[in-house]
Write a protein that binds this ligand. Structure first.
Ligand code: KG4
Ligand code: ZN
Length: 345
């Protein structure tokens, strides 16, 4: 079954053709990052307009690269939520119109579930059941993935997402947007042990996170160390900002890794998957894999092309849904917030 996937929940317009939920025939991503970078973050109105401009050519390109036409497509999958409403509406309305015109089944895909499904696109995907962290600019959620399409939310951030913390700390330090890659690069020159930032919620007996205290601690440190500020002004070349970046990054990695391993042990899982923009952080992948190996737990992460937002993962999840007759109609609408409810521990 050949699915056309469409993604437009935030600042990437993407389309992909995926066969049987696993074989990527094409995956096209048109990123708006350089436009939003000027404003230091995503401007929702601008995002919607840019999706409108990009959606037609991106879908054409995905079909072209796959060497197929719409006649060869068996189903449409589009992100229904969570995300920016205006942005979601562009892709989802397009998908509804296409499905109606072509009389094809339409899957309204949950963006976070799709990030989990990016792992099934690996040559060696994790076996069920496994624990999966979806970690991006908008979310930090731990799921117990029991089988295809069976996800239970075990914990989530109570304030900032991990990626959001990377972006905000980078902004404070005068680094470029998005902040994750900039912090990771700078951290390579620093010592992660030099400045010990707080690890929030580590002692708590749950799988939730909090990153706003860490962000404030970095802000305080920058404020109290004026010599470091002059380092920052001199083009971030000084060693002090690198220590801050390394210390901050290690605090995030420490909390994410500890909670993930605890979740895997709690549910008796021998595999942990990570997905979403922050899973592109190779320092995180390496440290998590090393720590998990001590408990004989294996770590799975997507290739860089599938870490950030893409439509291959949307098609992969849509394939599962269409096979199970979980299709939606023209009356269905997009949603902005996470749909699952986390149990209170
Ligand atoms: O999944 P994604 O592309 O979009 C959202 O759904 O948010 O994730 C974007 C987030 C941003 O916050 C960005 O700073 C972060 O992922 N990110 C990283 C890295 N690359 C991207 N965070 C840490 N290290 C990275 N290398
Ligand atoms: Zn995402």
């Amino acid at each position: 079954m050949r699915i056309l996937g469409i993604e437009s929940s935030c600042d990437e317009t993407a389309a992909a053709v995926v066969e049987d939920g696993v074989r990527i025939r094409s995956s096209v991503v048109s990123s708006q990052v350089s436009t939003h970078a000027i404003y230091g973050g995503v401007v929702p109105e601008l995002a919607s307009r840019m999706h409108l401009e990009a959606i037609d050519p991106v879908i054409d390109q995905a079909l072209d690269q796959a060497g197929v036409s719409l006649d060869d497509i068996d189903g449409i999958a589009a992100t229904q939520g969570p995300g920016l409403i205006g942005a979601l509406l562009v892709g989802f309305s397009y998908a509804k119109a296409l499905a109606w015109a072509r009389n094809l089944p339409l899957a309204g895909v949950d963006h976070l579930e799709a990030h989990i499904c990016s792992l099934q696109l690996l040559d060696n995907p994790p076996r069920f059941p496994f624990i999966c962290l979806v970690v991006s600019g908008g979310h930090t959620n731990i799921y117990h993935v029991e089988g295809p399409g069976t996800f239970t939310l075990m914990g989530q951030t109570r304030d900032d997402a991990a990626g959001e913390a990377f972006d905000k700390v980078a902004k404070m330090m005068g680094l470029s947007y998005p902040g994750g890659p900039a912090i990771e690069a700078l951290a390579k020159k620093g010592d992660p042990e030099k400045i010990k930032f707080p690890r929030s919620m580590l002692g708590k007996d749950n799988f939730d996170f909090s990153f706003s205290g860490l962000k404030s601690a970095v802000a305080r440190h920058l404020h109290e160390n004026p010599d470091m500020r002059s380092d920052m002004e001199s083009n971030m070349s000084g060693i002090q900002p690198a220590h801050v970046a390394a210390g901050f990054q290690m605090a995030v990695i420490d909390v994410l890794s500890t909670k993930l391993i605890a979740a895997a042990r709690d549910r008796n899982c021998s595999s942990i998957g990570i997905a979403g923009g922050v899973s592109a952080n190779q320092t995180f992948v390496t440290i998590l894999a090393q720590s998990a190996a001590r408990y004989k737990i294996k770590v799975f992460s997507p290739p860089l092309s599938l870490c950030g937002d893409n439509a291959a993962m949307i098609a992969a999840r849509g394939w599962e849904m269409i096979r199970n007759n979980q299709v939606c109609g023209l009356g269905d609408d997009v949603y902005s917030r996470v749909k699952s409810v986390v149990p209170i521990v």
